[in-house]
Ligand binder design. Structure first.
Ligand code: SF4
Length: 368
């Protein structure tokens, strides 16, 4: 595995790209503000010290592509309430368990006796449901295009095997709509995008076509290793210097224009587009998913409607997560960063999530 990654983390290749970027930018006198949409890219950028080595004409603007970070508090509160039901086992993915809601995190609910479990694959719900026939397993489904098909594959199994004790709380969201919402903002500082490659593996690079065409913003779909990222930045820089505005794919080894059609069909079969409130960005039309009407008996939001919170949750005013997620602030702009707010005492989701920008700055920010 080490050998597999070596080429994509090779310091000599990174330095060579740095030189090429410097040469291209020698006579270019503007700053290029590049939004890396995905938190995975933010972590690569910080971990490998790219802001330190790269030409100062490159400015990274951190984006909203971390599903845990953009989850509005109301939905965290719903997960919390669901988990406290005596007949419920609440199952979710990774860092969601640590995100603070109005009354606490799922971790806090667990301390109160709630049965909360996190899994690496939604399919693990099948085993949990088989072993706990007297309980309802509620899968609190999160993630962008990459994880949505896995939730649908689970639903397909549930239907096929007539499993009666698995329900779904769908919180899936999509990347192009939130990118569009950001570039639609008058005061946005985005000149170009690094597009997340794993999303494009499913949806195809076609989902980014509108940004060069309609918004005059170049996009390069990039892999997540440091050589991928710096090569993508080089490709963007070349576009600016040569006055081109295009959609390009750096991560050609996996991404196609059309993406994974079977996965897209699976999602269309079970889910329908709906609006979603992104923390920091606001409510965006057709940026989320919900179960289709014909599968409503699997919808935990309807089955447990009476106990789910209806009120809007208050945000901690000192936390700058909303500004960070909409690209107008960076973690170091937050007064709580590293003092009141740390990974062991996170105030906002950007510090909780392993893909969050504040978490990246906390882990690797001493390189700045
Ligand atoms: Fe919010 Fe903490 Fe990040 Fe500040 S450092 S923006 S409080 S998560």
């Amino acid at each position: 595995l080490k050998d597999l990654y070596d080429g994509f983390r090779d310091p000599k290749t990174i330095k060579a790209y740095k030189k090429l970027i410097d040469i291209e930018l020698e006579n270019y006198d503007k700053t290029i503000n590049i939004m890396e949409v995905c938190g995975g890219h933010t972590h690569t950028i910080m971990k490998y010290g790219l802001p330190q080595i790269l030409n100062k004409k490159i400015n990274f603007v951190h984006g909203p592509g971390c599903p845990v970070c953009v989850m509005p508090k109301e939905r965290v509160d719903s997960a919390y309430e669901l988990s406290l039901q005596k007949d419920v086992i609440l199952v979710t993915l990774g860092d969601m368990i640590k995100v603070p809601g109005s009354r606490g995190s799922l971790q806090d609910a667990r301390a109160k006796g709630a049965d909360v479990r996190f899994v690496y694959s939604p399919m693990d719900c099948l085993k949990i449901a088989t072993e706990n026939k007297d309980k309802k397993v509620v899968f609190f489904a999160i993630g962008f295009e990459t994880t949505t098909p896995m939730t649908c594959a689970l639903l397909e199994q549930v239907i096929k095997n007539d499993i009666k004790n698995i329900l779904f709380h769908i919180n899936h969201i999509t990347v192009p709509e939130v990118m569009r919402a950001l570039v639609d903002k008058k005061d946005n500082k985005i000149d170009a995008f690094l597009g997340p490659a794993h999303v494009s593996v499913i949806s195809g690079s076609k989902i980014y076509e509108e940004f060069p065409l309609r918004y005059n913003k170049p996009v390069v779909v990039s892999g997540f290793e440091p050589v991928d990222v710096i090569e993508s930045i080089y490709m963007l820089v070349c576009q600016f210097v040569q006055n081109r505005v295009e959609l390009e794919v750096e991560y050609k080894r996996v991404v196609s224009f059309e993406g994974n059609i079977k996965a897209q069909e699976l999602v269309d079969k079970y889910l329908i587009k709906t609006s979603f409130e992104f923390r920091g960005v606001g409510t965006i039309l057709e940026s989320g998913y919900e179960l289709r009407e014909e599968y409503k008996k699997y919808n935990a939001k309807l089955v447990y409607d009476e106990i789910l919170p209806k009120n809007r949750a208050k945000e901690n005013k000192a936390c700058r997560c909303p500004d960070i997620l909409s690209g107008v602030a960076k973690p170091l702009d937050c007064k709580l960063f590293g003092t009141v707010c740390t990974p062991t005492n996170p105030i906002g989701s950007c510090m909780v999530s392993s893909e969050g920008a504040c978490s990246a700055y906390y882990k690797y920010g001493n390189l700045l």
